[in-house]
Design a protein around this ligand. Sequence first.
Ligand code: ATP
Length: 435
Amino acid sequence: MEEKDDLMDKLVSLCKRRGFIFQSSEIYGGINSCWDYGPLGVELKRNIKDHWWKCMTQLRDDVVGVDASIIMHPKVWETSGHVAGFTDPLVDCRKCKQRFKADQLKESKCPQCGGELTSARQFNLMFKTHLGPVEDDASIVYLRPETAQGIYVNFLNVLGPSRQKVPFGIAQIGKAFRNEISPGNFVFRSREFEQMEMQFFVYPPEDAKWLEYWKNERMNWYLSLNVKRENLKFHQHDKKELAFYAKDAYDIEYNFPFGWQEIEGIHNRTDFDLSRHSQATGKDLSYFDDQIKEKFIPYIIETSAGVDRSLLVFLVDAYYEEEVKGERRVVLKLDPKIAPIKAAILPLVKRDNMPQIAGNIYKKLKPHFNVFYDEGGAVGRRYRRQDEIGTPFCITIDSQTLEDNTVTLRERDSMEQTRIKIDDLRQEMERRIGG
Ligand code: ATP
């Protein structure tokens, strides 16, 4: 366990030191459970989202996207059940005044000081604010706690123009907010986070088939980005965990240093959401299938992943400490597709025209990949700096370059160096990074 705790500490410190993730408002002492992504973090996060978007919409014919507003009509959240039921049981310690989520406590006393706990009361996790200048009950709105509702209420808007036919899906990436009682474990649980959600509308008798299909697709997505198989598993919700409207539900869990935890939910939400919104608005949200001549309210298979949680998975899974020729190297073995920087371009020495040649290579590759130029210090040190942030390739310009226009292409994980013509670099990198 010690080693595992240690891993989180090391990762948090690497993220701060190398500009992946900072505590929000740090110079003011920080604000609990909010995080800012720095220059490398924002690239990593963007690459994850772009890859998800590409896999879930652009490479498919049956899923289209939306980008709904964060603030929605407050009735949406009454209809969805969030105003009444999006709550966690909260208990306070009478002695040290700490607050806990009751269902996460193993004992009935305070885990901090052993003090006596109050009985549990329900605490709604939605952030409230006011729309417009008057702060009264009529102007209360919520910051969305999930992106899904923005998809349900747009079902008809999307169905028409997209000319999709059931089965089809609508995807969305965006911020969500939850006033979590006990946030923590770095970006695993925060109060402001991003979700990547896809709602797939199906003919009700085919729900089980599609749930199985999306379970596989989503598990394969993590595997395709090189997350280790043994660190991933499905957890099926038992009767107690299952939302009252859900028919069947699975979480994809990851073996974090702090235990197995959910990273994505794949749920059969039945016709609950569309039926409720239909009843509340009087709008007919059913679908007429002209092949089978049947009208029905589609069932929804949801895939709901956290951007920040996935990012933490990719970092934890990729972190290695290795011994190389008697020296320790830290390396993030990130899949090249999501690595923040794809290649570092390094003149071996700062003379003999090497910086100029390196500069030209940099300029040639820059429009195609996020590349980085570095001429400072011993080349071994420069390699280590790139290993630590997960850069898959280092391109080194040396004396042989001056003779035959070749450079070395060093691969991060194997540290293997191949000589390659400058003109072939782009193609070779594209081949190795993959789609
Ligand atoms: P948990 O049980 O961990 O609170 P949940 O079951 O409430 O999660 P869902 O409502 O299914 O989570 O949300 C879908 C996904 O959104 C989660 O799998 C997770 O990746 C992400 N997510 C949810 N809450 C948070 C949070 N507070 N911080 C970061 N990501 C979150």
